[in-house]
Write a protein that binds this ligand. Structure first.
Ligand SMILES: *Cc1c(COP(=O)(O)O)cnc(C)c1O
Length: 403
């Protein structure tokens, strides 16, 4: 066989990646070879419990058998038509996802950042054609410490210098307010405001949970001023925080959901903007598109991934396991480096007074994978299919590291 090769040792693979791949990440030095459920394995046969879940793309666990068979079956039928032709999966995907979100329309894309870009375009066009904002004047309000992806427009309204430095000039039309501050949001709204774009919980910023009632207040402000409430639920959505969507924990229905990550359960990049006919109806043929967006393979995978979230009741697992884990960690971990342990569903932060990276490296040696976020926070976000026993094992490894 042409490609039959002996496995290369891990150090060799790491050196190759460093030489030939751009250095835009700083990964832990584990070379994953295969994975199943909550566990990943390296070439030496060591196993690790995955407590990052690819930033919540793997809510359904690695290589979920039902999603895998959907992928296989579809891959043997048809994978890509482009939107120049119709395919038999897109209508079902749109209908099922709209119903799940209690919305009317779906616009499929591939990566999360593209879905955010799509929502920005929708909001601007809605602002001009429906709200009557003067041409070229539309504003979108965003939050300090936001994370919405890495495209030029999106990093332009980031408050993180490292995301922006050297990448300007940036797209105008964005206004920043503090996260969790309703009065600041109201003060920032002008007749030119088309939308408020936010994360219900700021994950990359360190799992920052807004004050209770914030989303309710945002919803009524947006309604009062005719501003679109656009929830980026790419990381918080699809069960992670203990509800299907984090907004629903406060019984809030935003105008726009932006989804990605777990929408495909880790198999294939699938993202979507889900909203009303009034908002997504602003797009007409030629105004937006993507060659791979809405392809039949993506749609079949996402349909299966969403079914797993619903049928395996992953949101309920996130509540039950998350509450238990949060209480267990608070009882177990008494260490001067720990400032706070907070969480929502199976999205838990250990907020430290010192850099988190050395703790993550020690945890890796013990067989637990997690990653620092915002330098001082350890983010724990295991697959929602994780067993109680595995979670208990994770807590014991954390206890070991914070002894
Ligand atoms: C990951 C993420 C994105 C970007 O998704 P990509 O698929 O990496 O482009 C956007 N918003 C939030 C909240 C995210 O967590």
């Amino acid at each position: 066989m042409a490609h039959s090769t002996a496995p290369l040792p891990a150090e060799h693979l790491i050196a190759m990646e460093e030489e030939w791949g751009a250095h835009n990440y700083h990964p832990l030095d584990i070379v994953v070879e295969r994975a199943a459920g909550a566990w990943v394995y390296d070439a030496e046969g060591r196993k690790y419990l995955d407590c990052l879940s690819a930033y919540s793309a793997l809510n359904q666990g690695h290589c979920h058998p039902r999603i895998l068979s959907a992928l296989r079956e579809q891959a043997e039928r048809v994978t890509l038509t482009s939107r120049a032709f119709r395919n038999d999966q897109l209508p079902l995907f749109c209908q099922e996802l709209a119903a799940l979100c209690r919305m009317q329309m779906v616009l499929p894309m591939n990566t999360g950042a593209e879905a955010v870009e799509t929502a920005i375009k929708a909001a601007r066009r809605w602002g001009y054609t429906k709200k009557g904002i003067t041409a070229e004047k539309a504003e979108i309000i965003v939050c300090a410490n936001n994370f919405h992806g890495r495209t030029t427009t999106i990093v332009g309204f980031s408050s993180e210098e490292g995301y922006r430095d050297g990448f300007g000039p940036f797209t105008p039309g964005f206004v920043t307010v503090p996260f969790g501050d309703v009065a600041a949001l109201e003060a920032a709204i002008t007749p030119n405001t088309a939308a408020f774009l936010f994360e219900p919980i700021q994950c990359e910023a360190g799992i920052l949970i807004p004050p209770a009632g914030y989303l309710q207040s945002v919803a009524s402000l947006c309604r009062k001023h005719n501003v679109l409430m656009m929830a980026d639920e790419i990381q918080t959505g699809l069960g992670r925080t203990g509800a299907m969507f984090a907004c629903w924990r406060e019984d809030v229905q935003p105008d726009v959901f932006i989804l990605g990550k777990a929408l495909s359960g880790g198999f294939y990049p699938v993202s979507a903007v889900v909203s009303s006919r009034e908002v997504l109806g602003v797009f007409s043929p030629g105004t937006h598109g993507s060659t791979y967006g809405g392809n039949p393979l993506a749609c079949a995978v996402a349909r299966a991934a969403v079914k797993v979230v619903v049928e395996e009741d992953l949101a309920r697992r996130a509540v039950e396991l998350g509450e238990w884990m949060l209480a267990d960690l608070r009882a177990r971990l008494q260490h001067p480096a720990i400032q706070e342990i907070r969480g929502c569903g199976l999205l838990i932060a250990i907020d430290l007074r010192e850099p988190a990276r050395p703790f993550c490296e020690k945890l890796m040696k013990l067989g637990l994978l997690c990653k620092e976020t915002h330098s001082h926070v350890i983010r724990l976000a295991p697959p929602l299919v994780i067993s109680r026993d595995d979670l208990d094992w994770a807590c014991r490894q954390l206890e070991e590291v914070f002894r």
